[in-house]
Ligand binder design. Structure first.
Ligand code: CA
Ligand code: CA
Length: 398
């Protein structure tokens, strides 16, 4: 509060010449604390057609002067006119801002806009403003993972129609992707979107030499457009495939000696600077699994573990430990799933939600979880011939 006084005085007043009487008037200027809007100004990312098209933000106001204020919103959508909307609900010092995108017929791309919060007590007494950027990402639909098996040690049977049943007319049966000199016992199938075209292609890992042959150009034969590389090769190395860096292509890796992960993070198919090597695991019998557990586009590691009281494992693996935070040390997702003798642990985005879910492959039955509740939800029969090795086509086979 500021105070002052205004003095009025003069020598004479009017024609009569009477002396003026000085007077003083008090004046008071009161500056009240400004009302404040508190809300995070971090960008809101909305995605279509898979993902979230709305977001809720808590908006609080501090109003030390006790004025009546109303929070309003101003919406800016520079690239188009109508895809972004916002509304406030609640009253008092805490309200909820709902930001919603309506993609309509917008094409693939990134659209930017913003929502600005403003407030006033209605008497020309504005609060601060908070501008929240909004990014709308529209991309191709996420495709569900599809089933497949590696059969007879030399052929890929792939459910390329995504219907989870064997369909002779439309499924892929690839017998022509063959390593130089032919298959040898122990060759393992791998699959990934080696080039980012939006579907998985096959490959082969040879444990005895650490050699990978990847059908990068997806034509079903090993030819000039493909990848041949060395990565791993120590006895016991288990091949893993995932998009370790979220760039949209599948990358190779190795799970070594039950605890050590070597991942080709930079995607050049050789181990070099820029790649990742870390410990995660270490109880005897740990089985590696990988997948995008959280839906942020980055594949992460996981294990399926045996019951191990006092560190002494016993029984079959059944207990999943997923490195959801991708820090290899904490914040794990854990749950039991499967666990019969012979279960093969696989993962996939079975229902195109954007996150990888578990399944067990059991003599040709695929027992899938369709949510991150990690419960048994459905099962399909695909493969099941003696010796079939399950193979998941992340993002489908074609
Ligand atoms: Ca090829
Ligand atoms: Ca590399």
């Amino acid at each position: 509060m500021y105070t002052c006084s205004i003095g009025v005085s003069g020598a004479t007043s009017g024609a009569l010449g009477a002396p003026a009487v000085p007077t003083t008037a008090a004046a008071t200027l009161t500056i009240l604390p400004q009302p404040l809007i508190n809300a995070p100004a971090t960008p809101v990312v909305l995605t279509s057609p898979n993902g979230n098209l709305s977001a809720q933000i808590i908006v609080s106001t501090s109003n030390p002067a006790g004025l009546t204020i109303t929070v309003g919103t101003t919406i800016v959508t520079p690239l188009t006119g109508t895809w972004l909307s916002a509304s406030l609900s609640g009253t008092g010092s805490t309200q909820t801002l709902l930001i919603t995108a309506n993609p309509g017929s917008l094409g693939n791309g990134t659209y930017t806009g913003s929502v600005t919060l403003n407030a006033s007590n209605g008497a020309n007494f504005p609060a601060n403003t908070v501008t929240i950027p909004v990014n709308l990402l529209i991309g191709p639909p996420i495709k569900a993972s599809e089933l497949g098996v590696f059969r007879g040690g030399n052929a890929f049977l792939l459910n390329a129609t995504g219907n989870n049943v064997y369909t002779p007319a439309t499924d892929l049966y690839i017998t022509t992707f063959v390593p130089p000199g032919g298959f040898v016992a122990g060759d393992l199938p791998v699959a990934g979107d080696w080039t980012g075209t939006g579907h998985a292609k096959v490959g082969i890992y040879r444990p005895s030499s650490g050699t990978w042959w990847l059908d990068a150009n997806g034509d079903g034969v090993l030819d000039a457009g493909d990848v041949t590389t060395q990565f791993g090769g120590i006895a016991g190395d288990i091949p893993v495939v995932g998009d370790w860096s979220g760039t949209g292509t599948s990358k190779i890796g190795i799970f070594r000696q039950g605890f050590f992960w070597i991942l080709d993070t930079n995607g050049d198919f050789v181990f070099d600077n820029g790649d990742a090597a870390f410990a995660f695991g270490g109880i005897a019998g740990d089985k590696p699994v990988v997948g995008d557990w959280t839906g942020n586009g980055i594949a992460k590691v996981g294990l399926v573990r045996e019951y191990a009281p006092g560190g002494v494992p016993q029984g079959n693996p059944f207990y999943w430990v997923l490195d959801a935070q991708n820090n290899h040390t904490s914040g794990f997702i854990t749950f039991p799933y499967g666990g019969l003798a012979g279960d093969v642990f696989v993962t996939g985005d079975w229902n195109a939600t954007g996150t990888a879910k578990p399944a067990v492959y059991r003599s040709g039955s695929w027992i899938e979880s369709l949510s991150t509740a990690y419960t048994y939800d459905t099962f399909y029969q695909y493969g099941g011939a003696a010796g079939d090795v399950p193979l998941v086509g992340f993002k489908g086979w074609k």
